[in-house]
Write a protein of this length. Structure first.
Length: 133
């Protein structure tokens, strides 16, 4: 079963306000499950289709060491990380579709990639690179 998020966690993931998430739930824009105690829980898979619209968090200029010229960036959620030897396999859910990227194990460790995190896939020719967002 998919992981369930509180409305506050979902709002943080999408970079929107908590009241906005609640309105989306009430209006049926976002499917949520009600707990026996009356609290809403949102499946991670529900956020996948909305991540591409998500506002990226502002990064202070001094912390932003690299900028990327590539425009083919797809924002998604990490669903699996496998590191073995020199290579790492990163599986992303983007709008309900799975994209797999093979990167070096060192790069995966440097980015501290973990299941459930929001990242962007940078598509360049035949390669898919992972970019922390």
């Amino acid at each position: 079963m998919a992981s369930l998020l509180t409305p506050r966690e979902a709002a943080l993931r999408l970079g929107i306000s908590y009241p906005a998430i609640k309105q989306w739930i009430y209006r049926g824009k976002l499917r949520a499950i009600k707990t026996p105690g009356g609290h809403y829980r949102i499946p991670e898979s529900e956020l996948d289709a909305l991540l591409y619209k998500a506002k990226r968090p502002e990064t202070p200029r001094r912390q932003s060491m690299r900028t990327v010229s590539g425009r083919n960036q797809l924002v998604g959620r990490i669903v699996d990380v496998k590191i073995e030897g020199l290579m790492a396999q990163i599986r992303l859910s983007i709008g309900g579709q799975i994209i797999t990227s093979i990167i070096t194990a060192d790069a995966a460790r440097e980015l501290r990639l973990k299941k459930g995190e929001t990242v962007a896939a940078l598509i360049k020719s035949t390669e898919v690179m992972v970019l922390r967002v």
